[in-house]
Design a protein around this ligand. Sequence first.
Ligand code: MG
Length: 286
Amino acid sequence: MRFVRYQAEHEEGLAIEQAGEARGLTASEAGYPGDFDALVRKGLPALEQAAKALGAGHSVDLAAVSRLPPIRAPEKVICVGLNYRDHSTESGFKQPDYPTLFSRFNSSLIGDGAPIVRPFASDKLDYEGELVAIIGTGGRHIPLASALDHVIGYSIFNDGSIRDYQFKSPQWTVGKNFDGTGAFGPCFVTADELPPGGKGLRLQTRLNGEVVQSASTSDMVFDVATLIAIISEAITLRSGDVIVTGTPSGVGQSRKPPLFMKPGDTVQVEIEKIGVLSNPIADETR
Ligand code: MG
């Protein structure tokens, strides 16, 4: 099942894409299955019921609405740095033997189609195409062998990074949390539609149509199951938590000369079997 959260004229809507068509309902319409975050918390049976209700809704022209991040208010957005060897090398890091975890706040998240914002503070705005795993059933001390049972769906992320701020201190938090830099979407795909762990999917980032990152999600150093086992050793994962699994090589900062995003550009992250996350770049405004 493929769900899309969207903003209609005055209210939010939820759509299901099936057989090349999107059908859905807005929040005030009869039969609206409810907030998608709450449906994810209830689990797969609730998503199946919602899919039926939405399929009986009206046709939604997804080109005419604004898509919203698939999860509205994740309790945690846990990002993984240096999770592809060639990216660690191009960034001048030795490949770590424990995942480089950092967090994003909801305030940085935007949906597909919304501009990624180049802030007043810096022109070092970089792209990072990544696979997202979304937690269904939470837990602590989740065993590796059953870790994938805790993933309810997948999506795509562009971990937009303000590089000079990322490296102003040993902690990357600020450079990864400027408002309007975390693009998330364009849809939520249930885990059963993808290979286990989202492995073996082609990931490609394009800047103004030119391919700048190209890899397989199988190239991750710590795969989705391993990340869940390692993270939950320390932290209780909850339903709706978002794990942003890291980016392959080709980022703008490592290019000679460096390639940063600027207003007027369009960046796209495509992951096979999920879709294309597309965002223009715009300058911050007052
Ligand atoms: Mg990243």
